[in-house]
Write a protein that binds this ligand. Structure first.
Ligand code: NAD
Length: 481
């Protein structure tokens, strides 16, 4: 599956109109965060190659959209199934390139990519419109139907923390009759290319599925291309806002950043909440959009919660992501590490206490628990994207709710309580696309719509929501004269 050059470093290639070719732009090497050695490289596409990919997609889409849904669905199920025997190999590449543990990569490749892609195809098999009655009683001869039609070409842009998972977006866009140009992250290019190669070569017609690489300028070339009718973007809020400005009047599905609060109230099951906090704060070393970035803890149980969390945090196994027993891998890139260090230092300088952790060793950052955190500190107000559990002490559920919602983000939130009444009040009051009661912020439900309130995104993905995001509704009325 690999293309290597003289230096034996595998290179990710672009896929344009059915041809695998190197980008014409500058070369970027990926350094493995766990070994510090080059692990893959990619040549960025040129703007002309982006144009060629979009034009190939436009041509191929005309024929693809005419095929019956069942035929498109069968082709895509075969293409996704072709990935299954390679899940382990692809997981190894995800871990090598961006450093999450092999078990975290297996979860991305299996449940999150293969299973959810297949679910998108199955949802599409039954996806249809409606036949509402005419509004006006005088229209006795009128019959109405609403249908969902493909938009044309979908431009999909994805981040490095889930480098392959955007295949789900590709499948959702394709199954309803669009063609796709996907720009994976330039920071983890090989794993998406290997998955895309298996997928594309399992019977997809040339041109309907294209892959281009590059940084912000190539992303922008895709966003602003007149042939691209819908943008699916997963990434930071800052870039999501740039895309919103650059896209103009285009359909947008934006899955952006978060600053997830996990509220632990005085009647919570403390041991279960501590375990959930560990999983919410330290999964993927905190480099997840749905990570718990703020632990808002009631003063009555604060000290017991902190001491149990510190004990559990000390026992966490940090190390080689390829080792099955490792619970936390390295930080993926220096720019992420710099932000973590800046946020922890800002909190410490403003009076927070580092209960455990707070140090880096190469690209590893220790799992860290901070107490005495207050709104206004960078660690409380911004997305940190690191293995830090910042604890904010509160006196009541009402105060917890106000602090949780006092954020520009609203992606995933959680609350721990044993009161049904409080659970409902908090679940209904928290301003986020996902709320877990007696669960963690990463415990969002795959079978429901996924997306953010406020600056955490526009639109929803998964299930019918993804299919609607990649289609235009058309209402047709017939007069049966
Ligand atoms: P990023 O926004 O820096 O980059 C994401 C992608 O956008 C990359 O492919 C990049 O090349 C491209 N890009 C950068 N500038 C662009 C521009 N001006 N126009 C078009 N494309 C451009 O994000 P990242 O660092 O790769 O990923 C981490 C971020 O993604 C975090 O904020 C995280 O919360 C978020 N994220 C959100 C979800 C979600 O579902 N809500 C999932 C995963 C990650």
């Amino acid at each position: 599956m690999l293309t290597t050059n003289d230096d034996n470093i595998p290179e990710a290639l672009c896929l344009i109109d059915g041809q695998w070719i190197a980008g014409e732009g500058p070369c970027k090497e990926t350094i493995s965060p766990s070994t510090g050695k080059p692990v893959s490289k990619v040549h960025y596409a040129s703007a002309a190659q982006v144009d060629a990919a979009v034009k190939a997609a436009e041509r191929a889409q005309l024929e693809w959209a005419k095929r019956p849904m069942a035929e498109r669905a069968d082709i895509l199920i075969r293409a996704v199934d072709a990935i299954v025997p390679h899940v382990e190999e692809l997981s190894v590449w995800v871990s090598r390139e961006m450093g999450k543990t092999i078990n975290e990569s297996r979860y991305e490749m299996g449940p999150l990519t293969v299973d959810v892609s297949k679910a998108a195809v199955e949802d599409a098999r039954r996806f249809g419109g409606s036949a509402p009655p005419p509004y006006d009683a005088a229209h006795t001869t009128r019959r109405v139907m609403t249908v969902y039609e493909p938009i044309g070409v979908a431009g999909l842009i994805s981040p490095w923390n889930f480098p392959v998972d955007m295949l789900v977006g590709c499948v959702a866009a394709l199954v309803v009759g669009n063609a796709v140009v996907w720009k994976p992250s330039e920071w983890a290019p090989l794993s998406p290319q290997l998955a895309a190669r298996i997928f594309a070569e399992a019977g997809l017609p040339a041109g309907i599925f294209n892959l281009v690489y590059g940084g912000p300028e190539i992303g922008e070339a895709l966003v602003t291309h007149p042939g691209v009718g819908v943008i699916g973007f997963i990434g930071s809020t800052a870039v999501g806002e740039q895309i919103t400005r650059a896209a103009g009047v285009k359909r947008l599905l934006l899955e952006l950043g978060g600053n997830g609060p996990m509220v632990v109230l005085d009647d919570a099951d403390i041991d279960a909440a501590v375990q959930s906090a560990v999983e919410s704060c330290f999964y993927m070393a905190g480099q997840v959009c749905t990570a718990a970035e703020r632990l808002i803890v009631h003063e009555a149980i604060h000290d017991e919660f902190v001491s149990k969390l510190v004990e559990r945090t000390k026992a966490l196994r940090m190390g080689d992501p390829m080792d099955d027993l490792t619970e936390m891998g390295p930080i993926s890139e220096e720019r992420i590490m710099a932000k973590i260090e800046r946020h922890v230092e800002d909190a410490r300088a403003q009076g927070a206490t580092i209960e455990v952790g707070g140090r880096r060793d190469g690209m590893y950052y220790e799992a860290t628990v901070l107490t005495g955190v207050r709104p206004g500190m960078q660690i409380a107000d911004e997305e940190t994207f690191g293995p830090v559990a910042p604890i904010i002490k509160v006196a009541s559920a009402a105060e917890a709710l106000a602090i949780a919602n006092d954020s520009p983000y609203g992606l995933s939130m959680a609350v721990w309580t044993s009161s049904l009444k409080t659970a409902f009040e908090m679940a209904e009051g928290l301003q986020a696309g996902a709320v877990a009661v007696n669960g963690g912020t990463n415990d969002w439900e795959i079978n429901g719509p996924f997306g953010g309130y406020k600056k955490s995104g526009i639109g929803r993905e998964l299930g019918e929501d993804s299919l609607r995001a990649f289609t235009n509704a058309k209402t047709i009325s017939f007069n049966t004269l």
